[in-house]
Design a protein around this ligand. Structure first.
Ligand code: FAD
Length: 393
């Protein structure tokens, strides 16, 4: 049975979907936020909420008491074969990198539930629905079908925002087949460990030769816990998952691993999980009549580090804002939604292209060595690079 007519249905309640739902609800719109999973839910991630991501989450109304449970990063240690860069407030470079930063490590199971809660407090209706299609129906309305625990679901709305994350291809008018020249896809594996002796609250970021063109990380959590993982590029046709597992095991257990010192007496809390990443910027349709796509469903993920939470929050908020204006004006045609696509092109894509360029450049051990040698006598350059790379600014 089709119930009430919503102004907007947001598909996916990750950071992109929650941000969009907050903006729509704040504008007084009747918005349904759908997710196939019940919250709180886990999402394989490094859990590094960069400074921009946290600032956006605050603007969107995240509960400050939840943020307060996770300390600010005390610094970062970047390791590479050619030496390491230790960023602590005790050194001028460290102070420059850390100035004003409020990046934190917050498990996604906590962060995403807090963002969903912000959307619900703003007035969005949250429902657990696995959406199968969101097609254009008579009168320009969007007809959404799916399943819930109670059986099949049919809903109707003036518009939809697709925010279903990696590989969410449920809308043919927004999907785009991969083309030659598109950025490579990524794949990453992470686990939670306890008994980790990370270097006094600093994150460890490993760019050693054998993990390139990927990287390894130790992101500390309170109580001696840490999110530990590796990410790499997933080349078509390769046994990417097996290679990833080997890299992960080596990063955790090999005595020559840059992580060995911190993980010697660590214990896994659960089996590690892997997840693909749609590393942008990819050519993708961002709008159609009565529809917009945001977050990783639009391949808005940093190709250098795989960081995507800030891009998801920003694009979700921009999509929600634009859609709210169009709903108020009574015109949700693709032509009316163009400013959203223009905003993404102007504000988000330059950063993604810059990261893509850096990935191609420093993913090669010789070039990385060159960068380290070149920046060592220039602390401000090292500081700027680390600030961008680690999403601290
Ligand atoms: C291992 C790993 C480590 C990472 N580390 C970091 C990091 O440290 N920092 C960072 O900034 N980024 C990181 N990223 C990237 C980050 O996780 C993503 O960019 C971010 O989650 C994208 O947010 P999103 O809202 O677009 O999608 P998601 O967070 O994937 O949310 C999508 C939601 O849509 C729901 N959904 C999907 N399909 C449907 C459907 N058909 N019907 C209903 N619901 C649906 C899903 O259940 C999910 O809740 C990492 C990624 C990986 C894989």
């Amino acid at each position: 049975m089709i119930g009430r007519l919503f102004d907007a249905i947001v598909i996916g309640a990750g950071p992109a979907g929650s941000a969009a739902a907050v903006e729509l609800a704040r504008a007084g719109r009747d918005v349904a936020l759908l997710d196939r999973q019940a919250f709180p839910r886990d999402k394989p991630c490094g859990d590094l909420i960069g400074a921009r991501a946290l600032a956006l989450a605050r603007d969107l109304g995240i509960d400050e008491r939840i943020v307060a449970g996770y300390p600010r990063l005390a610094g970062a240690l970047v390791t590479a074969d050619g030496g390491s860069l230790d960023l602590t407030p005790a050194t001028p470079t460290g102070r420059a990198v850390l100035r004003g930063t409020d990046a934190r490590v917050i498990p996604r199971v906590v962060f995403d539930a807090a963002m969903v809660d912000a959307a619900v407090r703003a007035g969005a209706s949250l429902r657990q629905v696995h959406v199968r299609s969101a097609s254009l129906a008579a009168g320009g309305l969007r007809h959404v079908t799916g399943e819930s625990d109670g059986g099949p679901v049919e809903m109707v709305a003036r518009s939809v925002i697709l925010a279903g994350g990696y590989g969410c291809r449920i809308m043919s008018d927004l999907s785009h087949p991969p083309r030659p020249g598109d950025p490579e896809r990524g794949i990453a594996m992470r686990g939670y460990l306890r008994g980790v002796s990370s270097p006094s609250g600093r994150i460890v970021f490993s760019l050693d030769r054998w993990v390139l063109p990927g990287y390894g990380w130790i992101f500390p959590l309170p109580g001696g816990r840490a999110n530990v993982g590796v990410g790499t590029l997933s080349r078509p046709g390769s046994d990417a998952k097996e290679h990833l597992r080997t890299l992960y095991d080596r990063y955790l257990h090999d005595r020559s691993s840059p992580a060995a010192a911190w993980l010697a007496s660590a214990e896994p809390e659960s089996a590690p999980r892997s997840w693909p990443l749609d590393l942008g910027p990819r050519r993708r349709r961002l709008i159609a009549d009565g529809a917009l796509v945001a977050g990783e469903a639009a391949a808005l993920v940093g190709p250098l580090t795989g960081a995507g939470i800030a891009f998801a929050l920003e694009s979700g908020a921009l999509a929600g804002e634009r859609l709210a204006r169009c709903l108020a004006a009574g015109d949700v045609s693709a032509a009316a939604l163009v400013p959203y696509a223009e905003n993404i092109t102007r504000r988000v894509l330059p950063r993604l292209r810059c990261e893509l360029w850096s990935q191609r450049f420093i993913g090669d051990p010789r070039r990385l060595q060159w960068v380290l040698n070149a920046t060592r006598p220039l602390p401000p350059a090292a500081a700027l690079g680390a600030r961008l790379l680690l999403h601290l600014g």
